[in-house]
Design a protein around this ligand. Structure first.
Ligand SMILES: Cc1ncc(COP(=O)(O)O)c(C=O)c1O
Length: 430
């Protein structure tokens, strides 16, 4: 790809956009219609990209088809929520079955405790669990619980972290629409800096929240020593540690906390664990979670009309009991490691870095190494966009920002094809 970004790169990108537009008249038409009733025609910011975002009509197994009939192998995997692919029969069957029993029941049902049992048995740090509708809500509830039980108000966060739409600490530092929690911002993987920040702010910190792999912030792997330093320093200062495993719980059968040897006080999950339906959950130490026991006079409230909706509960159960055994998950993560190694072979010579762990992969137009958010801050977004558009033309879909999450449906041939497409795309612009 163009080694010295400049006027030539802008021209190449303009041509790629023209090509994208020319091939997608229906996508353009539907986008124009959407803009009349939605700001920017959009209701989920991450999906927007110029000149108009890809609009998908259907998906089956590991493939999606856009509204103009182009087919792509899906390497985005719905930002990790699509682990089961687009048409997992056991999950579709489970959803059909519960639909037949009626929706919006307005009461406890027979699925929620089953899914809770599966999660509590799976994740060692999760002694008790409660459900939400999203990972964002799960993090809001875990943080709010920490603030109540400690009586302190501030939260330690990592620069570049994403814990939900109102808990985003990338870009310029803190999203303007964030919830107004006081924060202490730390650098991911900076052991001494984080230790000092925790010690210096111990009297106001309720919790430190961290993703074991900075997911949306570039799929940057957390050092095990860094994560265990966070564990030690928070414990020594009576500050809670929250592991946000909304993405990373897929990295091992017991989650990334277990993989990296870190046991948090609270953890949050979401994405694929709801079987592809709306989902989130927070859980952890029984003494902390017990504060939500509504049979107790001083119980904390935790509301949510759809917290125990039968579709998410049944889909989550079917995924964990009928599809995802430990061996399949380990195999998926091994294949992610293989993809990363092969991508390095074709991307590093072009000045790109490949990051991640297991089935979560990031690709960045910077030479690397990438150990913290600052290492990708100066990446040229035009190079990311050009590769994204080039891959679409070759029949492969990933996130425009270079995020990849494998689903169980991705085959070895898909991986080989994807690597060849990346190689071809990068070589074509040299
Ligand atoms: C690490 C992490 N936490 C929380 C969230 C928020 O989850 P949701 O989109 O379900 O609100 C995400 C979503 O991408 C995430 O990656």
């Amino acid at each position: 790809m163009t080694e010295r970004p400049g006027i030539e790169l802008s021209e190449v990108l303009a041509q790629a956009r023209e090509h994208y537009i020319a091939g997608r008249p229906e996508g353009a038409r539907l986008h124009a219609e959407a803009t009349r009733v939605m700001p920017g025609g959009n209701t989920r910011t991450v999906l927007y990209h110029p000149p108009f975002p890809l609009r998908v009509a259907s998906g089956k197994h590991q493939r999606i088809v856009d509204v103009d009939g182009h087919e792509y192998v899906d390497f985005l995997g719905e930002y990790t929520a699509g682990l089961y692919g687009h048409s997992p029969e056991p999950i579709l069957d489970a959803v059909r079955e519960v639909l037949a029993e009626g929706i919006s029941l307005g009461a406890h049902n027979r699925y929620e405790a089953q899914l809770a049992r599966l999660l509590v048995d799976r994740f060692p740090a999760m002694e008790l669990v409660r459900f939400t509708n999203s990972g964002t809500e799960a993090n809001l509830m875990a943080i709010s619980l920490a603030r109540v039980v400690t009586g302190r108000s501030a939260i330690g966060v990592m620069r570049g972290a994403y814990h939900g739409g109102v808990l985003y600490f990338g870009g310029q530092g803190s999203s303007p629409v964030n919830v107004p929690f006081e924060t202490v911002v730390m650098e991911f993987n900076d052991i001494e800096g984080a230790r000092e920040a925790i010690r210096d702010n111990a009297d106001r910190l309720a919790a430190v929240i961290v993703e074991p792999v900075l997911g949306s912030g570039g799929v940057i792997l957390g050092d095990e020593e860094f994560l265990s330093a966070l564990r030690d320093e928070t414990a020594a200062n009576d500050v809670l540690l929250i592991l946000d495993e909304v993405m990373t719980s897929r990295l091992s059968p017991q989650g990334a906390g277990e993989l990296f040897g870190v046991t948090p006080d609270l953890m949050t999950v979401g994405k694929y664990l709801g079987g592809g339906m709306s989902f989130g959950a927070f859980g952890g130490r029984a003494d902390l979670m017990a504060r939500f026991d509504p049979s107790q006079p001083d119980a904390l409230p935790h509301a949510g009309t759809f917290n125990n909706n039968v579709l998410s509960m049944a889909a989550g159960i079917a995924g964990l009991t009928k599809i995802l055994d430990d061996e399949r998950l380990r195999d998926l993560n091994r294949r992610g490691a293989l993809l990363r190694a092969e991508l390095e072979g074709v991307m590093v010579p072009h000045g790109w870095a490949v990051t991640g762990r297991g089935s979560m992969v990031g690709i960045h137009p910077v030479p690397g190494p990438v150990n913290t958010y600052a290492d990708i801050a100066d990446a040229d977004d035009r190079l990311r966009e050009l590769l994204y558009l080039d891959l679409l033309e070759r029949g492969y879909y990933m996130a425009p920002r270079g995020f990849i999450a494998l689903s169980l449906e991705i085959t070895d041939a898909d991986i080989a094809g994807f690597v060849a497409a990346v190689d071809d795309a990068l070589a074509s612009h040299r």
